[in-house]
Design a binder for this molecule. Structure first.
Ligand code: ISJ
Length: 181
């Protein structure tokens, strides 16, 4: 197990929804939660400096109910996406360990691979809120960000006969910094 940040992994058990709950989201956040294409590319356009901070990578069991179907062990990567040195997105990616091209990318955004290699096909999204007393909220608190509701989405990608899941949660500061798309 290759740990890089105390507390890793930070993932929480999320109740994923088939539609975004527009009533409890700001219009701006709704545009980000429903945007297609590469989140990395969109975020790069909102800052001078974009960085990926690797929280950790490991091969481990998914959280209860996190992975559709049965999976003993998956490759798990968690990062912070930082705009001008401010972490605005926490992301957690799960994939079969056989998709080795995803692994050990360090601070290179996965999106640069997922949206250039035509073998990765973006699929549908689901939306969910991080538990108010969960790990993701605690991570935001540790980062000094206000304890407001944290909403995220997860996107399915198909790669030949396999799939991977990319979850992205917008941290509280994202609500203050990201303009509507
Ligand atoms: C899927 C993308 O890749 C982004 C980069 C990630 C990483 O480097 O781990 C994780 C989630 C994404 O926000 C994207 O850019 O849309």
């Amino acid at each position: 197990m290759n740990l890089t940040s105390p507390g890793f992994p930070f993932g929480d058990i999320i109740q994923w929804l088939a539609e975004p709950p527009r009533s409890c989201l700001t219009p701006a956040l709704t545009t980000w939660l429903t945007a297609d294409g590469s989140l990395t590319q969109r975020l790069r356009q909102c800052c001078q400096q974009f960085d990926v901070t690797l929280l950790g990578e490991t091969i481990s069991a998914p959280l209860p109910g996190e992975w559709p179907g049965t999976a003993e062990r998956l490759w798990i990567r968690e990062v912070l996406l930082c705009l001008d040195n401010l972490p605005l997105v926490y992301a957690r990616t799960l994939a079969p360990p056989s998709l080795t091209q995803l692994q050990h990318r360090g601070q290179k955004p996965l999106g640069e691979l997922l949206f250039t290699d035509k073998n990765f096909i973006p699929g549908h999204m689901e939306w969910g809120q991080a538990p108010t007393t969960g790990n993701i909220q605690q991570l935001a608190n540790t980062l000094g960000q206000a304890a407001t509701a944290i909403w995220g989405r997860r996107r399915y990608f198909q790669h030949q006969q396999q799939q991977l899941l990319v979850a992205e949660f917008f941290l509280p500061e994202a609500l203050n910094r990201l303009p509507p798309l």
